[in-house]
Design a protein around this ligand. Structure first.
Ligand SMILES: Nc1nc2c(ncn2[C@@H]2O[C@H](COP(=O)(O)OP(=O)(O)O)[C@@H](O)[C@H]2O)c(=O)[nH]1
Ligand SMILES: [Mg+2]
Length: 303
């Protein structure tokens, strides 16, 4: 199955909760009245599109009715699809090309899929013929280091690690030195995500960031925040939290396979000023792709 088909299957539940309900709504009403708009609002909110984005879409619809862009319920679906596409496309820019080593720092709370994303991302660059190095910056548990080593073995990437409990900043220092000395193309840095005390985690991330930047000016070239799509609005809140502490340059949305909360992508795009870079739709090597807004909205609205 190709990625698009897999994305469509993955978004099945979101589509059932959003697109199919909109279709049922359209069939159920002869005219767009206040009741219709109330029902539409409820559908959008339930699909995790978010309060702010839902309000925006409803005001777009009202404007569309007023200026006769929408004259009947059937005209609502293409209208909404277009508005949602526009939200998804907003602010998406290509990653700038950088001189190797390109350093990518990966942050996010525990369990969202950071380490798995690093494995898949490393594989993506390997398939482009690039050399990849991974840094085990989550030193909190031995299992976290082992998990990264397994991914390194699978994709043919060297893993820089220290022992459990060691200072992540020291691991990162070593990794940047090795990446420069061995001229690797891409260095991807794993970090811990335990939120037991928020300020500690944020301070640790800032320290790692400073070390990377001191050892390689301009780096990290991107700081990716990983968010678990199945957590819906929580993902939006995490993005706000991390955005305040770390200079997040892009988002990765994981676990879009089989979630009914895929609408959260729309909320994230409209509420945060950070581009979605990658989406994850499974645990396999191939299950991560660059975010393609057009393909995403097409998969969401596909019949
Ligand atoms: N279904 C699905 N599972 C995922 C995806 N990404 C990660 N996972 C799973 O989520 C769990 C936590 O992932 P992990 O990478 O250890 O998270 P971390 O704590 O942020 O490093 C693991 O069981 C992963 O296999 C995804 O895109 N789809
Ligand atoms: Mg991890």
């Amino acid at each position: 199955m190709g990625f698009f088909d897999k994305l469509k299957v993955g978004l099945e539940k979101t589509r059932k909760g959003l697109t199919e309900k909109i279709e049922q709504l359209i069939v159920g009403y002869a005219d767009i009245d206040d009741e219709f708009l109330d029902d539409l609002e409820a559908i959008l909110l339930t699909a995790d599109v978010g309060v702010k984005t839902t309000a925006q879409l409803l005001s777009d619809v009202r404007a569309g009715i007023k200026n006769k862009q929408i004259q009947s319920p059937e005209e609502l679906k293409p209208f909404l699809q277009e508005k949602i596409s526009a939200i998804l496309m907003n602010g998406e820019t290509a990653e700038p090309e950088v001189q190797p080593p390109m350093v990518i720092m990966v942050v996010g709370v525990n369990g969202v899929g950071k380490t798995t994303t690093i494995g898949k991302l490393g594989n993506y660059y390997r398939e482009q013929g690039k050399t990849v190095m991974l840094a085990a910056g989550d030193t909190f548990r031995a299992a976290a280091i082992e998990q990264l080593e397994i991914w390194g073995g699978r994709i043919g990437a060297e893993v820089i690690k220290h022992t459990e409990g060691s200072d992540p900043a020291a691991v990162v220092f070593d990794a940047v030195q090795s990446a420069k000395a061995r001229k690797v193309d891409v260095l991807i840095i794993d970090t811990a995500g335990r939120l037991h005390t928020k300020s500690n985690l944020m301070e640790e991330l800032k320290k790692i960031y400073r070390i990377i930047n001191r050892e390689l000016p301009g780096a990290p070239h991107s700081t990716l925040l990983v968010l678990d799509a199945t957590t819906g609005q929580n993902a939006v809140n995490q993005a706000k939290l991390f955005g305040e502490a770390a200079a997040v340059s892009g988002l990765v949305l994981t676990k879009l396979d089989g979630t009914a909360k895929g609408g959260v992508v729309i909320a994230i795009k409209s509420e945060l000023n950070v581009p979605v870079r990658w989406i994850g739709i499974g645990e396999g090597l191939q299950d991560l792709r660059p975010f393609d807004p057009a393909a995403f909205s097409q998969a969401l609205f596909a019949d």
